[in-house]
Design a protein around this ligand. Structure first.
Ligand code: GLV
Ligand code: GLV
Length: 350
């Protein structure tokens, strides 16, 4: 039989359609109300259509749990997610059924790093309130003055990373020209930092020149909270990292410091963050992700008057460059075809 492959979003790639046209696969695609297949598939559609599938391509919006796996049935060999994160997938349940899981790492590192840096610059330089002033035609209410819209520079500051995986390391390289004095990080998966930039070059004795940037592992996260001027949360979400930034962490941060999260919303306790910002424990935040996204009503605590001008919130667009999204789609398609045996192996298997 031809392998049945279900895509829960119309993938911006040719390979699946071509194989379908050639009769090599049976391709079932979510079309959506608009026929474009860009809006998330409904759960009902997914459960109905994955029966008998060999492979299913999912997004972050599709929960792959017992119910999903049972609906697919014993034919299922592979689930391929168009994302680097896979906290929406029950890996143990997949493993028990012999279902392989593919994801799309690496091709998004630079795009997410760029967006994360953008969030930090936007938050520290007060871009939301400054930009709003102009958009609302109120520039004259706050003409140039020595201290209006001032925020901290990156230069000379201590930058903290919670998680120092591929995206953090890309971001660390981007930060070098901004001349921070220190980069400190905590990581559960230690791996040597790739010192390819000459700015990172150590002296002959292996130490770092003090007029450049000191990079060090700081496994005690409370200390990282205390010492950093900007903290980047870039770790994967799991039972160990839920609310890793909690009230105690936020209370230890400097009142002048900023928190930036572009990994997963539940790494940060939202309620505590709103309190930290409204009560001045920290200066502000840049967020590309939020707990309970995408269901964020205008009544959300971070969108209220005592917070809103100190936060930049974006709707999870970290990897959204044209180049990266096409590369992710291609990888997701190749993972599914490798997983069902139409290509030689998967490119990335979790
Ligand atoms: C996006 O958040 C991803 O995991 O790719
Ligand atoms: C997780 O991403 C880590 O590097 O610790």
């Amino acid at each position: 039989a031809r392998p049945k492959i279900v895509e829960c979003r119309r993938m911006p790639t040719e390979i699946l359609k071509r194989l379908s046209d050639e009769g090599k696969i049976e391709l079932v695609s979510w079309g959506g109300k608009d026929g474009q297949g860009q809006a998330p598939a409904t759960r009902e559609w997914v459960l109905e259509n994955i029966e008998g599938a060999w492979g299913v391509i999912v997004m972050l919006s599709e929960k792959v749990d017992q119910e999903f796996l049972e609906a697919a049935g014993p034919s299922l060999r592979v689930v391929s997610t168009m994302s680097v994160g896979y906290d929406h997938i029950d890996l143990d349940a997949c493993k028990k059924r012999g279902v392989k899981v593919g994801n799309t790492p690496h091709v998004l590192d630079d795009a997410v790093a760029e967006l994360t840096l953008t969030l930090a610059l936007m938050a520290t330089r007060q871009i939301p309130s400054a930009s709003r002033l102009v958009r609302e035609g109120r520039w004259a209410e706050s003409p140039w003055s020595p201290l209006s819209f001032c925020g901290p520079s990156i230069k000379g500051k201590t930058i903290g990373f919670l998680g120092f995986g591929n995206i953090s390391q890309s971001l660390a390289h981007l930060l070098v020209p901004f001349k921070p004095s220190r980069i400190i990080y905590t990581t559960s998966k230690p791996k040597p930092f790739d010192i390819t930039s000459s700015d990172f070059a150590p002296l002959a004795d292996g130490s770092f020149p003090t007029d450049r940037i000191v990079i060090s592992n700081q496994p005690e996260i409370g200390k990282l909270a205390e010492e950093s001027d900007v903290i980047f949360v870039l770790a994967s979400f799991n039972q160990h990292t839920k609310h890793i930034v909690d009230e105690a962490f936020l209370r230890r941060m400097k009142p002048t410091a900023y928190l930036v999260n572009s990994s997963r919303g539940p790494l940060v306790d939202t309620e505590a963050l709103a309190k930290a910002i409204s009560q001045g424990w920290i200066a502000g935040a840049g967020l590309d992700v939020l707990e309970n996204e995408p269901n964020i009503p205008a009544s959300h605590p971070l969108l209220q008057a005592d917070c809103v001008d100190k936060v930049v919130i974006l709707p999870h667009i970290g990897s959204a460059t044209n180049e990266t999204r096409f590369a992710m789609a291609e990888l997701a398609a190749r993972n599914i075809l490798g997983g069902v045996g139409l290509l030689e192996g998967m490119v990335y298997e979790v």
